[in-house]
Design a protein. Structure first.
Length: 187
């Protein structure tokens, strides 16, 4: 496996954030497009069905040039900024969460307030059953090039990454053939 770090600073922050969220039992996607014109750096589906969006800012100029972040708020239950240790965090609005990140890890400094999406009419909301969550975890394991069943592989050997703990990264096997049913009698 190639564990080369992403070249862009924001992508390196997103990598650390994704690792943190996976450790919190979230299914995580990076560079997700909810609708045309919006691309969130990190979106995650938590164990209780909550949607979190994390916007990664690598510099003052990166933050000042971002005019779209308020459009992300209607797509999540919690919103966070992720920055590195050198970022002037006092620039960021205090009414959202704050994550301190590097390419290898992250830590929540301030929990974002929860604003639950308003049922099925909200843009980002869906009834989240275990099936979609399992699929999200499977997509993460495929994206990270992890084996399908990694329950016996130590986390350190996986580079610290793991799919959701709730289902150990496995998806129930699907039969390859349909059970034989009754055929219509030939007439």
């Amino acid at each position: 496996m190639d564990h080369a770090l992403p070249s862009l600073p924001g992508q390196r922050l997103a990598r650390g954030v994704a690792r943190l969220l996976r450790s919190m039992d979230h299914a995580v996607l990076t560079e997700f497009v909810p609708i045309r014109g919006l691309r969130v750096d990190v979106i995650s589906l938590g164990p209780r069905g909550e949607l979190w969006i994390v916007e990664c800012k690598s510099s003052r100029a990166d933050f000042a040039g971002d005019r779209k972040w308020q459009g992300y708020l209607e797509w999540c239950d919690r919103y966070f900024w992720a920055v590195d240790a050198d970022f002037p965090a006092d620039l960021l609005p205090e009414d959202h969460g704050l994550i301190l990140a590097d390419p290898y890890d992250a830590e929540i400094q301030r929990m974002g307030p929860e604003t639950r999406l308003a049922g099925a009419s909200a843009p980002g909301s869906r009834a989240i059953s275990p099936g979609p969550r399992r699929c999200g975890c499977r997509a993460v394991s495929i994206h990270c090039q992890l084996p399908e069943d990694i329950s016996d592989v130590p986390i350190a050997a996986r580079g610290g990454l793991h799919p959701c703990k709730a289902d150990s990264g496995t998806v129930p096997a699907r039969p390859h053939s349909r059970p034989a049913g009754r055929r219509r009698a030939a007439t």
